[in-house]
Design a protein around this ligand. Structure first.
Ligand code: IMP
Ligand code: MG
Length: 185
């Protein structure tokens, strides 16, 4: 796999974004809602960089399957979420690709009437946007490639890589072989 962002670069980008978020919410209490599962690494790093009174919750959105660019039906589960009504809320996700996920999650969250609702993403994939919203905070712009690591997965794996890597056809073939071997053992 080809490294796109090193561990050091990722850390610097998350620190930069944390500073922008801290400046925006100075003197306020913040409720952070991470979109499961891709945001878990970013949320863990981000909350430890924010010197603010913070509540942390999660919401679940699932649709993306494998490296395909064809979207499946998106389902949102807000049952695990904290009470966000009358709160300043920051939604956190791993990547803004077409934007449909963030758009739908935001629509669902607005039903709970937060005082304010902004969004932060680690990555913004260029040239793929299909919706009329943009995240308020973006750590990195990346080219239109399928990436894994730092929370992002391919078939539920590679989220634990401490760096961000582009997945190429040869990597996908290796992955398929690894899965087949694991099933035999
Ligand atoms: P969107 O709805 O098209 O913006 O897609 C957002 C979701 O698709 C993200 O939360 C990711 O789970 C997934 N996704 C999009 N691009 C990638 C990628 O390059 N690698 C891994 N997951 C991705
Ligand atoms: Mg995801």
């Amino acid at each position: 796999m080809r490294t796109l962002l090193s561990q050091e670069e990722l850390h610097a980008g998350v620190c930069r974004m944390a500073d922008q978020i801290a400046a925006c919410y100075q003197g306020k209490q913040l409720t952070i809602v991470g979109v499961l599962t891709g945001s878990v690494v970013l949320v863990a790093d981000l909350i430890r960089l924010l010197d603010l009174p913070i509540r942390v919750g999660v919401i679940q959105a699932s649709s993306y399957r494998g490296a395909t660019t064809i979207r499946g039906e998106l389902s949102i589960n807000s049952e695990l979420m904290l009470d966000i009504s009358g709160r300043d809320v920051l939604l956190v996700d791993d990547i803004f690709d077409t934007g449909h996920t963030l758009h739908k999650v935001i629509q669902r969250m607005r039903e709970f009437e937060p005082t304010s609702l902004r969004s932060a993403v680690l990555l913004h994939k260029q040239g793929r946007q299909e919706v009329d919203i943009r995240p308020d905070f973006i750590a990195f712009q990346i080219p239109d490639e399928f990436v894994v690591g730092f929370g992002l997965d391919y078939e539920d794996m590679y989220r634990n890589l401490p760096y961000l890597a582009a997945l190429e056809p040869a990597d996908i073939a290796d992955h398929a072989q690894m899965i087949a071997e694991a099933k035999l053992n």
